[in-house]
Design a protein around this ligand. Structure first.
Ligand SMILES: Cc1cc2nc3c(=O)[nH]c(=O)nc-3n(C[C@H](O)[C@H](O)[C@H](O)COP(=O)(O)OP(=O)(O)OC[C@H]3O[C@@H](n4cnc5c(N)ncnc54)[C@H](O)[C@@H]3O)c2cc1C
Length: 399
């Protein structure tokens, strides 16, 4: 590992803009590559003991085994508080007809679990601990970028505090409204779903049994993801008006609404954290790379959360980009366009496939009409009987 030298301050091989889960994991995956790295994050750092004083974070993710393995490679997974992780053994998906159901289980997939439910804050904390331990990485936080100048041999980033830094490659890991993407003039086709993802945690009347449950309903898609103990996390993707209505309910009324919508599968639902809502949109980015720039995570794709795959796609981007940069052979310039095209070629198809699948499902289940309703419910039941198709769907989700 070549140690970061003070003489090099301000001049880097890779500057990662955005230190969320995806940007942070890329920094860790490159930490022992010998590349000089900078990570720029606008928000202040989380306190290392942030999980100790809090209840359960209502922002949770279903982390695929592939993403967990990548986080282990980054030495993050073992730093998570294991008591706050919930393995998922089964996934049960219902249509708007109570008889229509699709099941996936870990035993069929030959795996110990299908996914792990983990809190965003807890993964962020563990990534932060690992970032602190890296010598070859300069973390600028809180720091806000003001402008970029692109040159033939690198880019120069001006910071709001008047300082500047140079990098051969700028990675945009700065989320759905990516500033880097805009600075690089990369176009994005955006479609607002006119829906919000309403999230909250609940104590349940009955044990969840490690099962992730999801209902495709006329008013949206409701998921109850298991947390350790007798708790679950709700993600209810629903129209803006219904989301507004749900957020205005009292705690008891909200619990009753969720219990009813989930057909009382887990008995009485008692809210543990105030509900929050996130706007949902589809974003197709024209290019993942340009000379001197690469996009990863939500900067590179936004999709409906009904398959719980956004952050998993992002971890796969980080893993692939790190592999391309590490295995660049004789190519010394890590901002070289042809090198970066290798990353784009490897990721574009998987990203588009997941976006089209989630968008198609969202459309199919949001349309009203008896014939469509029968078709989609029959589709779920038929898929449930077709083992090869189920296997393919599962392989996709296990990442
Ligand atoms: C309701 C809902 C539920 C979801 N559930 C799941 C799920 O179960 N499983 C799953 O896989 N995915 C899920 N997702 C998707 C997931 O939340 C995102 O894919 C993931 O958070 C993207 O991470 P990111 O690091 O790319 O972006 P972000 O989390 O947006 O991080 C971007 C970072 O960049 C920083 N930043 C922004 N601009 C700048 C700048 N100019 N300079 C410096 N820093 C900057 C920000 O401060 C932030 O820290 C869900 C999404 C929603 C809306």
């Amino acid at each position: 590992m070549s140690a970061y030298s003070r003489d090099d301050a301000g001049s880097f091989d890779v500057a990662i803009v955005g230190g969320g889960l995806i940007g942070g994991s890329l920094a860790l995956a490159l930490a022992d590559s010998g590349l000089r790295l900078a990570l720029i994050e606008a928000s202040p750092r989380l306190e290392p003991d942030s999980h100790a004083n809090h209840d359960w974070d209502s922002r949770i993710y279903a982390i695929s085994p592939g993403s967990a393995a990548f986080l282990e490679q980054c030495e993050v997974w073992s730093k998570l508080d294991q008591a706050r992780l919930q393995p998922v053994g089964d996934m049960q998906i219902w249509g708007d007809d109570p008889e229509a159901r699709l099941d996936f289980n870990a035993y069929q997939a030959g795996l110990p679990e299908l996914a792990f439910i983990a809190e965003s804050r807890e993964i962020d904390r563990a990534i932060g601990l690992r970032l602190d331990a890296q010598e070859n990485l300069r973390v600028l936080r809180p720091a806000i970028c003001a402008a970029i100048r692109w040159h033939a041999d690198g880019a120069e980033i001006q910071m709001q505090d008047g300082t500047s830094l140079k990098a051969k490659l700028v990675v945009g890991a700065d989320g759905g409204d990516s500033w880097v993407r805009a600075q690089a003039d990369i176009t994005v086709d955006s479609r607002d779903y006119a829906q919000r993802g309403v999230v909250a945690n609940f104590a349940t009347g009955k044990p969840h049994g490690g099962i992730a449950r999801q209902w495709f309903r006329e008013d949206g898609v409701l998921a109850l993801l298991p947390l350790p103990g007798q708790r679950v996390s709700l993600v209810w993707s629903t129209g803006n008006d219904n989301a507004k209505y749900l957020l205005e309910l009292s705690n008891d009324e909200f619990g009753e609404a969720v219990e009813q919508a989930s057909r009382s599968a887990l008995g009485k639902m008692e809210i543990l954290s105030p509900p929050r809502a996130f706007p949902l949109r589809l974003q197709l980015v024209k290019q993942l790379v340009k000379p001197r720039v690469a996009l990863i995570g939500d900067a590179a794709h936004n999709l409906h959360p009904l398959a719980g795959q956004g952050v998993n796609l992002g971890f796969q981007d980080a893993r692939k980009l790190a592999a391309v940069l590490r295995n660049r052979g004789a190519q010394t310039d890590c901002g070289d366009y042809f090198l970066l095209r290798g990353y784009e070629r490897a990721r574009k198809e998987a990203i588009l496939a997941m976006q089209l699948t989630t968008d198609g499902l969202q459309k199919l289940f949001s349309k009203e009409g008896k014939i469509l309703s029968r078709l989609r419910n029959a589709g779920l039941t038929t898929t449930n009987r077709l083992n090869p198709l189920k296997k393919r769907l599962m392989q996709h989700a296990l990442g």
